[in-house]
Design a protein around this ligand. Structure first.
Ligand code: MEZ
Length: 568
């Protein structure tokens, strides 16, 4: 490894007491914990946990971070996806940990005491299979490939693993599961197939969809065998029956999935190279035989491999690419993490991959108007309603998200309020988290809530009174909402302001049911496989909530199995 200093100046000897220290910040949009390991004169590593997401800050980022502590400027490093707005919290948490390590923060601010951060260069690698992207699809592929006896490495461009899976909240759809049976829910794979096809405007690839539906129950059992604890079933928009499977307390599924998969990969000793960006596929004699990449310090390196699995996700965070395919989506915020840039789609195109339904981009109805943060559809499934600024319902809240989004966009200021009550908060960990994080306005009764929101109290009270009666009658005569589960009769009440934001890019690289990447002539590109949101066709023109997590696990596993089986 080649060493080179990243920051100027010499490190003063004996700056820290060597060891590992923790600092916690609570005042900046949630709890942020920094675990900092120091030697006598150097920060060796920093791990940040925020919002259930864990990430390491790499060498270059440590330089940036220490510089920021020194200068008390805002942090430029997205150490944990979505945490850039929490940079003050990260700086505070790291500063507290460094203080415990004996550092004098005021002293560190002296430019003469700048820390030297050593940077390394990633060597070229030779493996059987290189996987690009460490969301649910990439991690699942890696487990299957490694368990089939192949050498595997994962490249991840971000400083943390997990991709958009870290942000998945609602759950994982599957039909005819033992969990549904235990909960007394009758459902069928055929109904799941038909709901998804209808929700997708009948343009889904039928074979890919059938593969998703057939393998989804096994995806849950596989995750549960690794300790995921998925045991609750709820409703998502467009589903005839409850089939979105979640952790027992209704908390977000994504962090649980990333956690169990990454623990398994640790056991299997699969390396994940963070801050390592694949930039180009290497071709030889018409086959893909590896990737060119850059490491965390922007040094180029190669991974020579017999197969490449692209699991880089979609392009929901690349506004230029979104607007290229859907000009009318200019200016929409996104629920996606910063790494959802579509880089894998571009690399696949460069080696001749066909794209499918690339213009199909989904907006999610309920995101924070300020930040794009998503509030799970599960809230509506569990009983929340939507009212507009006039205090009135305007839609069946359980329609597919394309329809609900369009209905919100027709309201005053293109926004609505998600209305829930204390009873729902007590039963749903995700909702409790949104409230703890300050996204909701509270009112002990509806009139107090309306006055906090600045909307007509009489109208809001009338809306809730009518809705409560619908629940009691088991019939919503106005909007025909089925599944009337919560009467919302008693306060305290909570209102979360929402507007639609870009959520999922349904189109992408064309694959077959074995995840081979296809050319426009229908032939597979030798050595190239893809799984997850980078691909097109599974979801058609509108994805049903809960199908993305099913997609990444089902097709991620198939990609790992197929690539391993086809290695010469
Ligand atoms: O699958 C999804 O995108 C989903 C269920 C999102 C959510 O509202 O939680």
């Amino acid at each position: 490894n080649q060493e080179k200093p990243a920051t100027e100046g010499a490190a003063a000897a004996g700056k820290f007491t060597p060891g590992t220290y923790e600092g916690v910040s609570k005042g900046h949009g949630g709890e942020i914990k920094a675990t900092v390991t120091v030697s006598a004169d150097k920060i060796e590593s920093i791990e940040i946990t925020a919002d259930g997401e864990t990430g390491s800050i790499g060498d270059g980022a440590v330089a940036q971070l220490t510089a920021d502590i020194i200068n008390t400027q805002s942090l430029a490093v997205d150490a944990v996806s979505g945490a850039s707005e929490s940079s003050a919290g990260i700086i505070e948490a790291v500063s507290l940990a460094l203080e415990k390590a004996g550092a004098n923060i005021a002293d560190l601010k002296d430019p003469a005491n700048r820390l030297i951060v050593e940077q390394t260069k990633q060597e070229d690698l030779n493996v059987d299979i290189v996987i690009v992207g460490s969301g649910g699809a990439g991690l699942s592929a890696a487990i299957e490939a490694k368990e089939a006896g192949k050498s595997v490495v994962i490249l991840e461009q971000m400083p943390i693993i997990g991709g958009n899976t870290n942000r998945a909240t609602g759950g994982l759809n599957a039909a005819e599961t033992t969990i549904q049976e235990e909960n007394g829910i009758k459902d069928s794979k055929q109904t799941f197939y038909e709901d998804t096809l209808k929700g997708g405007h009948d343009i889904n690839d039928p074979e890919l969809l059938r593969t998703l539906v057939d393998h989804a129950p096994d995806a849950i059992y596989w995750l549960n065998d690794m300790g995921a604890g998925i045991s609750r079933v709820s409703l998502s928009g467009g589903a005839t029956n409850p089939r979105i499977h979640t952790p027992a307390d209704g908390s977000a599924i994504g962090p649980v999935v990333v956690n169990v998969l990454s623990q398994k990969l640790k056991e299997l000793e699969v390396d994940i190279l963070l801050n390592s960006k694949a930039v180009k596929l290497i071709e030889q004699d018409g086959a893909v035989v590896g990737v060119e990449a850059i490491d965390k310090n922007e040094n180029p390196f190669k991974v020579n491999a017999k197969a490449v699995i692209l699991a880089t996700g979609g392009f929901g965070a690349n506004s230029e690419m979104v607007v290229q395919y859907r000009p009318e989506l200019e200016g929409f915020s996104t629920t996606n993490h910063a790494g959802a840039t579509g880089s894998g789609i571009v690399m696949a195109q460069e080696v001749g991959a066909d794209l499918m339904q690339i213009e199909q981009i989904q907006i999610h109805p309920t995101t924070d108007p300020e930040s794009g943060y998503m509030f799970t559809e599960g809230l509506r499934g569990d009983g929340a309603i939507l009212v507009n600024k006039e205090g009135k319902r305007f839609t069946n809240e359980l329609l597919t998200r394309d329809v609900v989004s369009q209905n919100i966009l027709k309201q005053t200021d293109k926004m609505a309020y998600l209305i829930t009550n204390q009873e729902m908060v007590d039963e749903n960990a995700s909702l409790a988290k949104y409230i703890k994080e300050g996204y909701a306005t509270k009112g002990d009764d509806l009139s107090l809530l309306a006055s906090e929101l600045g909307i007509d109290a009489a109208a809001l009270e009338a809306t809730l009174k009518t809705y409560t009666q619908y629940v009691k009658d088991g019939k919503d005569t106005e909007f025909e909402r089925a599944h009337l589960t919560q009467s919302l009769e008693a306060g305290p009440y909570y209102a979360i302001p929402v507007t639609p934001g870009i959520h999922h890019t349904m189109g992408g690289v064309k694959i077959d049911t074995k995840t081979h990447v296809l050319k426009p002539d229908g032939h597979a590109i030798a050595g190239l496989y893809a799984a997850g949101e980078i691909t097109g066709g599974v979801h058609g023109g509108n994805r049903i909530g809960g199908n993305a997590v099913a997609d990444i696990i089902v097709f991620g596993r198939i990609a790992g199995q197929t690539a391993a089986a086809e290695l010469k």
